[in-house]
Design a protein. Structure first.
Length: 274
């Protein structure tokens, strides 16, 4: 029971402080994610590019320059596996004739099975897609100003079947979809000949509304009045904690998550759409 009470305090104290960095590049200028692709076209060529505004002076970019429209390079972080998340990606679109996008993919089961939210500086739009068997289906979208050669932040909150998307701190749209409720890997996503610098990727659990149910008789009047810094003895069998939405998994980053990420390595992210 003490554990349950401590958990309630932890959930109430987060979520911003609980965000962790998902590495896309290393401090010595190497790519820190697994390269792959959905669709057709030239193989992906992700590289660490020197950028003074990137983490440790580096940014990630896809540099192949293939304008094939149905070409979607991706770079998966095998150490970040989760279902419910609050993630923010910093990006700077630079060039591209067919597209000029930045994409944040999540719940990835393979190179052909995931969600992705993408921002396009060519048509000033942000869209949420479900990719199933390599085919895109748009779930929601909205127009928004996205200037080239400037840094932006793309945020997605995913909780069970609910999704919220924001750009540069401004909420854009909500969506629901139940076709992929499993935990999966996270990563970045591009299209055609887009050249975009990807900076930091931060992820944490979504904010939860915590309900701490206690019998009324177990709380002294001072506690009911909200008096601070007051200690109380609670009946060990009386406290229960509920979360809305129900918490089903956790964000895992680092070596302790290797056992949960093995299904996502290698060929799964190099598969091509049928």
């Amino acid at each position: 029971m003490r554990f349950l009470l401590a958990l309630a305090v932890l959930l109430l104290a987060s979520p911003a402080s609980a965000q962790l960095v998902v590495p896309l590049t290393t401090p010595d200028g190497r790519v820190a994610c697994t390269q792959g692709m959905t669709g057709i076209g030239r193989p992906p060529d992700w590289r660490a590019i020197a950028d003074p505004d990137g983490p440790d002076g580096w940014a990630l970019a896809e540099t192949a320059g293939d304008p094939t429209d149905l070409r979607f390079p991706l770079c998966i972080s095998e150490q970040a596996v989760t279902r419910d998340l609050d993630a923010t990606l910093r990006f700077k679109p630079l060039s591209g004739t067919r597209a000029r996008v930045a994409g944040l993919m999540f719940r990835a089961q393979s190179a052909n099975d995931y969600y992705v939210v993408r921002a396009n500086a060519l048509d000033n739009s942000v869209r949420l897609y479900r990719v199933d068997k390599g085919k895109r289906s748009q779930l929601a979208g909205k127009e928004a100003p996205i200037e080239s050669d400037k840094w932006h932040s793309l945020r997605v909150i995913a909780s069970n079947d609910r999704f919220e998307v924001a750009l540069d701190g401004k909420p854009l749209f909500d969506a629901t979809d139940r076709s992929l409720l499993q935990a999966g890997a996270m990563g970045v996503w591009s299209q055609a000949d887009s050249v975009t610098h990807y900076g930091s990727l931060l992820v944490g659990p979504p904010e939860l509304r915590v309900k701490l149910s206690l019998p009324a008789m177990s709380l002294p009047p001072r506690c009911m009045q909200g008096e601070p810094n007051t200690r109380h003895d609670l009946d060990p069998g009386s406290a229960q904690i509920e979360t809305d939405p129900p918490r089903t998994d956790r964000v895992q980053i680092g070596d302790d998550a290797v056992h949960s990420t093995m299904d996502f390595v290698g060929r799964r992210y190099r598969d091509r759409a049928p």
